[in-house]
Design a protein around this ligand. Structure first.
Ligand code: HEM
Length: 400
């Protein structure tokens, strides 16, 4: 690797020419080699990995930590180091084993697959009701369906009351906005946290069903720990699913031949969904880790304290791993993508996400013939790639 002066070092590649293209800077970087120096938002000089195998390796090495107090942000100084306002017990996303393992086991058990499957009918019913809620000629499918659906699912899973869920979603929007100041982010964090704390307390009293009750039954966690876990599920489960749904629908609106190929086949819908996950790689700036010790990796030496970004989009477009990676091929049967990460922190709710995405696709296919694409607006420069708006024109509004 050629040594560069600090002022010549690249920052994380941003900016896409279209919804369906990765930033050209990222592709150039990946073509130039598997690992590169990277200048972070606050001036820290760390690394970025773009090669599939190397990305997986970083995510399985105990030498790399997920602790937010050790990591720098490549993206935004204000959200910056990603630190919560104060240390809270149970924030397992930012822990390393063995502490992480303890919480992760409890969360994974409480998110039982059987329960996720049982949610299917309910999610489908809610999706249909959302589609039916606006019979106007021109409709934004993001605000009407793709955004409220995951919010309804996660609030229902957590047993959050409807009035509280409105407060939570407006705070979350501000918390995730790259335009918010660090102070704003902290304030929103606290409001969401306190609201969820009150929900956990109510479930401890009334023993209502759901995920929180599963944790209560498990008996190992305090109120503060359960609140942190509810917080992490709530904040991680919205934007991601909404944008995956919206992008998948946009693709199908542009590709009637893909609709014809998957309609009526659950297996074909499942394959298409996995390919959408790979191709859109919505965690577009990747995930990061901090080196705890000196590590030799991909021909370079990473020093303790340096942050390394694992570019999930670059890994998912690695031609050594995926044939013809820039082609969105809904019949691809290769499920080894890194859209949900890899290693001990791999998305703990991926089964729930898959259930939501599958139902969103199936219900959309039921309605597909009523819709024609009108216009859409791509998100610009947000942590999660996706759409702000997806307008369709709808006919046949005399559905039963
Ligand atoms: C298509 C939708 C989704 C995508 C693409 C996605 C992606 C990811 C990725 C890449 C990670 C790994 C982070 C890391 O290693 O640092 C992750 C972890 C996580 N995700 Fe998801 N996610 C999705 C949906 C969800 C949903 C619906 C929830 C909650 C209901 C959720 C909750 C979590 C949590 C709690 C973690 C941390 C797990 C741990 O640290 O052990 N995700 N997700």
């Amino acid at each position: 690797m050629t040594e560069l002066f600090e002022h010549e070092l690249p920052t994380i590649p941003r900016g896409r020419s279209s919804v369906f293209e990765l930033p050209t800077g990222l592709m150039d970087m990946a073509a130039a080699g598997p690992i590169h120096r990277l200048k972070y938002a606050g001036g820290h000089v760390g690394w970025i990995v773009t090669d599939f195998q190397l990305c997986r390796k970083v995510l399985t090495m105990p030498e790399f930590s997920s602790r937010p107090d050790l990591r720098h942000s490549a993206i935004h100084e204000a959200i910056g180091d990603g630190q919560p306002p104060e240390e809270r017990p149970g924030m397992f996303v930012g822990m390393d084993p063995p502490e992480h393992t303890h919480y992760r086991r409890i969360v994974a058990a409480a998110l039982r697959l059987g329960e996720m499957r049982r949610l299917q009918d309910d999610i489908a019913e809610r999706a249909r009701a959302l589609f039916d809620s606006d019979t106007g000629e021109r409709v934004d499918l993001v605000s009407q369906v793709a955004s409220p659906l995951p919010a309804l699912v996660i609030t229902e899973l957590l047993g959050v009351e409807e009035e509280v869920s409105h407060t939570l979603s407006s705070c979350l929007e501000r918390m995730l906005s790259l335009e918010s100041t660090a102070d704003d982010v902290r304030k929103m964090f606290t409001v969401i946290f306190d609201e969820l704390g009150a929900v956990v307390a109510r479930r401890q009293e009334d023993g209502g069903p759901g995920f929180i009750q599963n944790m209560i039954d498990d008996g190992q966690l305090s109120h503060a720990e359960m609140t942190s876990i509810a917080f992490q599920l709530y904040t991680a489960g919205h934007e991601t699913t909404t944008n995956m749904i919206a992008l998948s629908w946009l693709y199908l609106l542009n590709h009637p031949e893909a609709v014809a190929a998957i309609r009526g086949s659950d297996a074909a819908v499942a394959d298409a969904m996995e390919e959408f996950l790979r191709f859109f790689s919505i965690i577009q700036f990747g995930i990061s880790r901090a080196a705890l010790t000196e590590v030799e990796l991909g021909g370079v030496t990473i020093r303790p304290g340096e942050t390394i970004t694992v570019s999930l989009p670059a890994a998912n477009f690695d031609a050594q791993r995926f044939s013809d990676p820039h082609r969105l091929d809904i019949s691809r049967r290769d499920r080894g993508h890194l859209a949900f990460g890899f290693g001990v922190h791999q998305c703990v709710a991926q089964q729930l996400a898959r259930v939501e995405l599958t139902i969103a696709l199936r219900v959309f296919l039921e309605r597909y013939d009523d819709f024609t694409l009108d216009s859409y607006e791509m998100k610009s420069d947000t942590i999660v790639h996706g759409l702000n708006r997806l307008f369709v024109r709808q006919s046949g509004t005399d559905r039963p």
